[in-house]
Design a protein around this ligand. Structure first.
Ligand code: ATP
Ligand code: FE
Length: 328
């Protein structure tokens, strides 16, 4: 069975296809159109994002079908992100997906963007609850416990900036360009991680909270004091990786979990992957091209919903900007 997944939550038009068979699930296609129009404004312009999604989604969909070697009539289920994200942008993919599902007379699943990020790791191995999930992206640094399939308990989150946001802001500060994550990772290879002493961020009131604003301030001060961009990048990256791994390890111990899914754009970071790999945890990362926003991760989340026997979503399901994943 082929599941089509669509994500238009922000400024990437993503369409992917997953195949669900007796042997498990596999990614068959993953096509992304990244909107360049926002660069001149230094941030995402919601109205422009919606328009570009409308203009591009047909072409991205055709590319995905071609990559998988399929016809549209081969699609057996459709999943599209319903939130969280920019409502106008979300609506494009959501309406497109619903229309397609109705035309093909196949089940439709309204997907949660963060569940998509988590299920991106299902490209590597089948995710069987219980496990812990750390989502580190441009807008989230959220640690969930997943005691059973489809149930998410919030263990901790950032109380200020998201991890990816901190990479982006510090890269901009150091003049390393955008997107900041890859720029910091690249510059860090040439820098000295001991050059700038970052204090470990303070623990929040709650045991597994994260905070990145302190690192950002320390980076600003070091930059003003003349720290080299490479040194700043290497030192910040090490501090950020350290706190992410340490907090996750403590949570895994407390919750008695051995398997940890680490996903979202920052999960593409090599230093983070190496640090997690060096722990005693069983860590699962998304496959190549599945860390940042994409449609395949939504197809994988749809496949998981099908496999778990979740009922399809009503076609009246709407888009929501704010949608917490944790159900308690
Ligand atoms: P959200 O899913 O929370 O709404 P988003 O979809 O915008 O946010 P993603 O696309 O998952 O976020 O990830 C983008 C973030 O990942 C950016 O902040 C980017 O800098 C960061 N990132 C990408 N590659 C790397 C890398 N190699 N190292 C560190 N960070 C990275
Ligand atoms: Fe995302």
């Amino acid at each position: 069975l082929y599941i089509l997944g669509i994500d238009t939550s922000c400024d990437d038009t993503g369409v992917g296809i997953a195949q669900l068979g007796a042997g498990g699930v596999q990614v068959r296609a993953n096509r992304i159109w990244t909107q360049a129009v926002h660069a001149q404004y230094g941030g995402v312009m919601p109205e422009l994002a919606s328009r570009e999604h409308v203009e591009r989604i047909d072409a991205v969909m055709a590319d995905a079908l071609e990559e998988a070697g399929l016809k549209v009539s081969d699609i057996g289920a459709v999943a599209a992100t319903a939130g969280p994200g920019l409502v106008g942008a979300l609506l494009v993919g959501l309406m497109y997906g619903k229309g397609l599902a109705q035309a093909l007379d196949v089940p439709f699943f309204a997907a949660h963007h963060l569940e998509g990020h988590i299920f991106a790791a299902a490209s590597e191995e089948s995710l069987e609850a219980p496990y812990l999930a750390l989502v580190v992206s441009g807008g989230h640094t959220h640690l969930f416990d997943v005691p059973e399939e489809g149930r998410y308990v919030l263990v901790g989150a950032t109380r200020d900036d998201a991890a990816g946001e901190a990479f982006d802001k510090i890269a901009r500060l150091a003049g390393l360009g955008y997107p900041g994550g890859p720029a910091i990772a690249e510059a860090a290879l040439r820098g000295n991680p001991d050059a700038v002493p970052f204090k470990e961020p303070l623990q929040g009131q709650k045991a597994f909270e994260f905070s990145f604003s302190g690192l950002k301030t320390a980076a600003l001060l070091a930059h003003k004091a003349g720290a080299a961009p490479e040194d700043l990048a290497a030192s910040f990256q090490r501090a950020a990786v350290h706190v992410l791994v340490k907090t996750t390890r403590r949570a895994a111990e407390t919750y008695g979990r051995r398997t940890v899914v680490v996903s979202g754009g920052v999960a593409a970071n090599t230093a983070l992957r190496e640090a997690f790999a060096a722990t005693d945890l069983h860590v699962v990362f998304p496959g190549k091209g599945l860390n940042t926003d994409n449609g395949a991760m939504i197809a994988l989340a749809g496949a998981a919903a099908l496999r778990a026997g979740r009922p399809p979503s009503p076609l009246a399901a709407g888009a929501t900007a704010y949608a917490p994943l944790a159900s308690g």
